[in-house]
Design a protein around this ligand. Structure first.
Ligand SMILES: Nc1ncnc2c1ncn2[C@@H]1O[C@H](COP(=O)(O)OP(=O)(O)OP(=O)(O)O)[C@@H](O)[C@H]1O
Length: 261
């Protein structure tokens, strides 16, 4: 049986203030795929993710989520389909780590319904997975940058959606937690989920993405399976940065060239 795309972009043009319309994006994200969005600062990665989340209107084109126009989903139904991690987490009030994680179950509950013991268990398991179990009673305003990012990932996990949209998921994370976050995403995708994430680290993109979308600051774009996208000239043009390409254990690795070599 043919698998249906989890998300489909059809001639999508995002709105970037002061920039002329970029290349229309037409691509399909299937279960089992991790798409990386690569591009320099200001190229539109966050704007694209916000547009895919339904939080910004596109300039033109269509987005389909699970076969249905994105705008036709109610906010609650949409939150059962896709979960987000964005760069700045705004906390509306000083709740505990566990309470905050539990709010990710709300899209799955009826308006009057309280969280069940199963919801609490899911939240606690997610906190455990993100090494935050010992902090579940802490007020979120006391967390460090990396701990906050891990909390955002724990919330994503607790929301239990088939699609994850992530804006620089490794932001603020130490090396161990960067890899553990990306392995979590991989695990989710291997189990039939899908992820679309903006990344600045080419080597992590090479290792953890199946597909890449390259966004240029002038609005040009190209996309496809990662092996076709990880070509030196295209990447050097993307970042305006000379690179050295090598391979370690069959994995492409890129090192920025500096004026000293
Ligand atoms: N409300 C706004 N008014 C004016 N310009 C905006 C506004 N929102 C975004 N922009 C501009 O749109 C462009 C794309 O921003 P976006 O945050 O999507 O880039 P990005 O690729 O995610 O960048 P970074 O790598 O720095 O996170 C940037 O030049 C930004 O300054």
């Amino acid at each position: 049986m043919k698998t249906s795309p989890r998300m489909e972009l059809d001639q999508l043009v995002i709105k970037i203030p002061g920039r002329k319309a970029g290349n229309p994006l037409s691509l399909q994200v299937f279960p089992g795929q991790t798409w990386g969005i690569l591009g320099p600062n200001g190229s539109g990665k966050t704007t694209l993710l916000l547009t895919l989340a339904g939080l910004k209107k596109p300039q033109q084109g269509q987005i389909h989520l699970a076969g249905q126009a994105l705008e036709s989903w109610s906010a609650r139904e949409r939150a059962c389909q896709l979960a987000l991690v964005f760069q700045q987490q705004e906390d509306s009030f000083p709740a505990s780590v566990l309470e905050t994680t539990l709010t990710s179950r709300h899209p799955h509950l009826k308006a009057w319904q309280r969280e069940t013991p199963e919801d609490s268990l899911l939240a606690q398991q997610a906190l455990e997975r993100m090494d935050l179990a010992a902090m579940e009673e802490r007020c979120i305003t006391t967390l460090s940058g990396g701990e906050r990012q891990r909390l955002a990932l724990a919330c994503l996990l607790t929301q239990q959606t088939p699609l994850w949209l992530l804006d620089e998921p490794t932001n603020h994370l130490d090396l161990h937690h960067q890899i553990s976050a990306l392995e979590l995403i991989n695990e989710k995708v291997k189990a039939g989920g899908s992820a679309i994430m903006a990344l600045h680290d080419l080597n992590l993109a090479s290792r953890f993405c199946s597909h890449l979308l390259l966004l240029y600051p002038d609005g040009q774009a190209c996309w496809g399976p990662k092996d076709q996208m990880l070509e030196l000239p295209a990447l050097e043009r993307l970042y305006q940065q000379p690179l050295i390409a090598t391979s370690i254990s069959g994995q492409k690795v890129f090192i920025p060239q500096t004026s000293t070599g």
